[in-house]
Design a protein around this ligand. Structure first.
Ligand code: SGN
Ligand code: CA
Length: 534
C-alpha cells in the first residue's frame, strides 16, 4: 500500500518546545481551508493510486494521518466556478445560479465566510477566486486574488487597491501571502478563517523551476483505457478533451518544433510564457530541452507519440502538485510551530477531480468517477480521530454547514447540504444520504462535454445526457469501475434502471431542480426542447 508515505513528521517535539508562549486560548476553532484547482484524487497519495505511489504528496497526507480521509467525496457540478459557488453557499448550481464558468457571480449572496466574519471571525482569502473580477463585496476582511484563472509565473494579483504583477511562482506567492497574514496581520485574540486557493495544478500545468525535472523521465503507469473507443457512450465520443488529439502541443505539453529548437509548437495563448522573466524562461526551457530534443529526433508512431504525450502530461501536472504539497507542508508546520494546530480545522480539497489519462482524457466535467470525485481531507484534533477513513458519501454542498456548526453558528435555511460533523467518526446517522445528485450544464463550451444529470448510489450510476446528444447511461461500478460498458439497453438491468430513475426524480424534487428535461421526459422530447432553446 501507499501507507509508507504516511509517516509522522519527525521534528514535532523540538519545534513545539521552541515555540513562543501559547496564544490566548480560544474556544472557537480557527479554519484553514486549502483548495487547489483540478487536483485529481489519483494524485494524492493518501488515496493510494498507482500514480501517487510514484508521485507522493507527503504533506497533504499528514492531514489524513492526523484526521480524516473522505473516501467518497463528490462534487455537484464538476467545474470551477459552479463548484466554488457551491462551497461558499452550500447550494446546488441551480439554486445559487452559477451553473457555468463565465457567468457573473453575485458576491452579495449569503456565504459562510461572511457569516463567520459577522460573528467575530477574521476572514482572509488568498489565491484563485474566478467567480468574477474580485471578491469585493463577498465579506472578506482581507483578500488578494489571482486575476481570472491565474498565471503560474509572475501572476497578476488583484487587491482592493488595484492590480499588479507579482514576480514569482503562483503557488509560492499565495503561500507567502497566507503565512504573512497569519504571522503579521491578523489579530491573535480572535479566531480566523483563512482560505488558501491555489491555481495549480490547473491547465497549462507549469511546474516551479525547482520541480521541472522531478518527474521528467519517470515512467507512469498508463491507464488501461487510455485508448478508449467510447463504444456505446455517445457523449464521451463527442468530447474534445483527449490528450493525444486536443491538447495543444506547445501551450500544454511544451513540445518544441525540432531538434535544437526553442520554439514551441501550437501555443494559442503566448502570454503564459511571455510573461516569464528571461531567466525563468531560460531555466524552464533548458530543463525540458534534452527531453524535447529526444522526442523530436525519434521517429515515433502515432501510438508511441500518444504515449509520450501522456508521460509529458504526467510529469508537468505532477510537477505542479509538488509545489502545492510543499505549500501545505509550510502551512501545517507554521500552525504546529505556533501552537495553533490543536484548535484549527485544516481542510484540503480541490474544486473538482480531473482525468489523468483515463479514457484518454485531461479536464473534468463528466459525471464519471475521476471528475465526479474530489479529494477531501480534514484534521481537527480532539474532534476527529487520527487516521479516520470516512466512507459515507459527502458532497461540496456540505462544507458551508460544517463550518457554520464548528464556529458555533445557527444553520442557514437556504443550505442544501449537511454538516460533516455527523460523519467525523464514520458512523453516519440513519438518515444520512445514500445517493448523490449531479448536474453539469456548460455546453456549448470548452471541451464539448454535453449537459447531463444523474444519480450515483454506492454501486450504480445512472446518467442522462441532454441537448444535441440525448442518451441514458447505466454503470455497475462494482463490475465496471472504469465505466466502459454502458448497460442501459441490457434487459437484465431494466428494473434496476427503473428504480434509479425513481431515485433520480426524488433527488431532483428534494433539491428543487427542474432545470433540464424531466426524468420521465422521453429522449426525443428532450432533444426538441434543446433545439427550441437555441
Ligand atoms: C480554461 C482551460 C480549460 C478548462 C477551463 C475551466 N483552458 O479555459 O481547459 O476546462 O479553463 O477550468 S486553458 O488552456 O485556457 O487553461 S476551471 O477549472 O476553471 O473550471
Ligand atoms: Ca477547476
Amino acid at each position: 500500500t501507499g501507507c509508507t508515505t504516511l509517516e509522522q513528521p519527525t521534528a514535532a517535539a523540538p519545534v513545539i518546545a521552541a515555540a513562543p508562549a501559547p496564544l490566548v486560548q480560544q474556544s472557537r476553532p480557527n479554519i484553514v481551508f486549502i483548495m487547489s484547482d483540478d487536483h485529481a484524487y489519483q494524485a494524492v497519495s493518501a488515496y493510494e493510486s498507482d500514480v501517487s505511489r510514484i508521485a507522493p504528496t507527503p504533506n497533504i497526507d499528514r492531514i489524513a494521518q492526523r484526521g480524516a480521509l473522505f473516501e467518497n467525496s463528490y462534487v455537484t457540478n464538476s467545474l470551477c466556478g459552479p463548484s466554488r459557488a457551491t462551497m461558499l453557499t452550500g447550494q446546488f448550481s441551480h439554486m445559487h445560479g452559477f451553473t457555468r464558468n463565465g457567468q457573473k457571480y453575485d458576491n452579495s449572496r449569503w456565504n459562510w465566510p461572511r457569516a463567520l466574519g459577522q460573528s467575530g471571525y477574521q476572514t482572509a482569502l488568498f489565491g484563485k477566486w474566478h467567480l468574477n473580477y474580485s471578491p469585493e463585496g463577498a465579506g472578506f476582511d482581507t483578500w488578494k486574488v489571482l486575476d481570472d484563472q491565474g498565471k503560474y509565473y509572475n501572476p497578476d494579483v488583484i487587491t482592493p487597491t488595484g492590480r499588479s504583477a507579482v514576480e514569482g511562482y503562483a503557488t509560492d506567492i499565495v503561500t507567502d501571502q497566507s503565512l504573512h497574514w497569519l504571522e503579521q496581520e491578523r489579530d491573535p485574540d480572535r479566531p480566523f478563517a483563512l482560505l488558501i486557493h491555489h491555481k495549480a495544478p490547473h491547465r497549462n500545468f507549469m511546474p516551479a523551476i525547482r520541480h521541472l525535472q522531478k518527474y521528467l523521465g519517470t515512467e507512469f503507469p498508463v491507464p488501461t483505457n487510455y485508448f478508449d473507443h467510447y463504444d456505446g457512450r455517445r457523449a464521451a465520443d463527442a468530447q474534445e478533451m483527449n490528450i493525444y488529439r486536443d491538447m495543444f502541443e506547445g501551450h500544454d505539453l511544451k513540445m518544441t518544433t525540432g531538434v535544437g529548437s526553442k520554439e514551441l509548437r501550437e501555443n494559442p495563448w503566448k502570454n503564459d510564457f511571455e510573461r516569464m522573466t528571461p531567466q525563468q524562461r531560460a531555466e524552464y526551457f533548458s530543463a525540458l530541452q534534452p527531453s524535447n530534443d529526444a522526442m523530436n529526433a525519434a521517429d515515433m508512431s502515432e501510438r508511441d507519440m500518444a504515449l509520450w504525450k501522456y508521460q509529458r502530461y504526467m510529469s508537468e501536472y505532477l510537477g505542479t502538485v509538488a509545489a502545492v504539497d510543499d505549500s501545505v507542508g509550510r502551512v501545517l508546520d507554521w500552525l504546529e510551530t505556533n501552537g495553533l494546530d490543536e484548535n484549527t480545522i485544516v481542510v484540503y480539497t480541490s474544486d473538482q477531480g480531473f482525468y489523468l489519462g483515463e479514457h484518454g482524457w485531461f479536464d473534468k466535467r463528466f459525471m464519471y468517477e475521476e471528475s465526479l470525485r474530489t479529494p477531501l481531507l480534514i484534521q481537527y484534533p480532539g474532534h476527529i480521530a487520527p487516521g479516520t477513513r470516512v466512507t459515507a458519501p459527502v458532497q461540496n454542498v456540505d462544507y458551508a454547514p460544517t463550518f457554520l456548526e464548528l464556529a458555533g453558528l445557527a444553520q442557514q435555511p437556504s443550505i442544501q447540504g449537511r454538516t460533516l460533523r455527523e460523519v467525523f467518526d464514520n458512523s453516519p446517522p440513519a438518515d444520512w444520504r445514500e445517493d448523490i445528485y449531479y448536474h453539469y450544464y456548460e455546453y456549448p463550451g470548452f471541451h464539448a462535454v454535453r449537459a447531463h444529470y444523474g444519480v450515483r448510489t454506492e454501486r450504480y450510476k445512472l446518467i442522462r445526457f441532454y441537448g444535441d446528444i440525448n442518451a441514458w447511461e447505466f454503470y455497475d461500478l462494482q463490475a465496471d469501475p472504469a465505466e466502459m460498458h454502458n448497460r442501459i439497453d441490457d434487459p437484465k438491468v431494466r428494473s434496476l434502471v427503473a428504480d434509479l430513475k425513481q431515485r433520480l426524480e426524488g433527488l431532483r424534487a428534494r433539491y428543487q431542480d427542474d432545470s433540464g428535461p424531466a426524468v420521465d421526459a422521453p429522449l426525443a422530447l428532450a432533444s426538441a426542447m434543446a433545439k427550441g432553446r437555441r
